[in-house]
Design a protein around this ligand. Structure first.
Ligand code: SF4
Ligand code: SF4
Length: 154
């Protein structure tokens, strides 16, 4: 003989209806938000086809104006993590550059190396993209890197 089914508790039924109403309410709220943003211009961009506008004060990859540099080493001495290395030979007033590198595996983009430069020939540019699978590529050769100097204030 089958046992009689107990009557549904009123409190439980109330909870069940509340769940349905809550679901309808949150779905409607979500859809309203979706509809509000549906016709707006997207805030995301198709990088790298599109590039963001970078502020001139952005501290990106360093740029050296080798012609102005006097090989004083002040930038390297100011670096708290010793990631700048340079080597050159002086021939009177002429400087024969051998190397001027910056190790971006250590650099923290603090800009402390830029301030002591007496010739204002060492800046942080607006370039930020640096991608490689080889760690050695992050030891940046500043003698050949021209960066985005033309976009920088003189
Ligand atoms: S930005 Fe800072 S960490 Fe990087 S090279 Fe300059 S002083 Fe060193
Ligand atoms: S501080 Fe300026 S002038 Fe001196 S070595 Fe560095 S970049 Fe050259």
């Amino acid at each position: 003989m089958a046992l009689p089914t107990p009557p549904r508790e009123p409190a439980r039924r109330h909870h069940y209806l509340g769940d349905i109403l809550s679901t309808i309410h949150s779905t409607a709220k979500g859809m309203a938000l979706t509809m509000r943003y549906l016709w707006r211009k997207p805030v995301t961009m198709d990088y790298p086809k599109e590039k963001p506008v970078i502020d001139q004060r952005y501290r990106g990859i360093h740029v050296l104006d080798q012609q102005l540099c006097i090989y004083c080493d002040l930038c390297a001495k100011a670096c708290p993590v010793d990631c700048i290395e340079m080597d050159a030979v002086r021939h009177g007033k002429e400087i024969e550059w051998k190397a001027f590198t910056l190790d971006y595996q250590k650099c923290m983009f603090c800009e402390l190396c830029v301030y002591p430069c007496p010739k204002d020939c060492f800046i942080q540019g607006t370039e930020y993209s640096m991608v490689s699978e080889d760690r050695n590529d992050f030891v940046h050769d500043l003698l050949t890197w021209k960066g985005l100097r033309e976009e920088e204030p003189s």
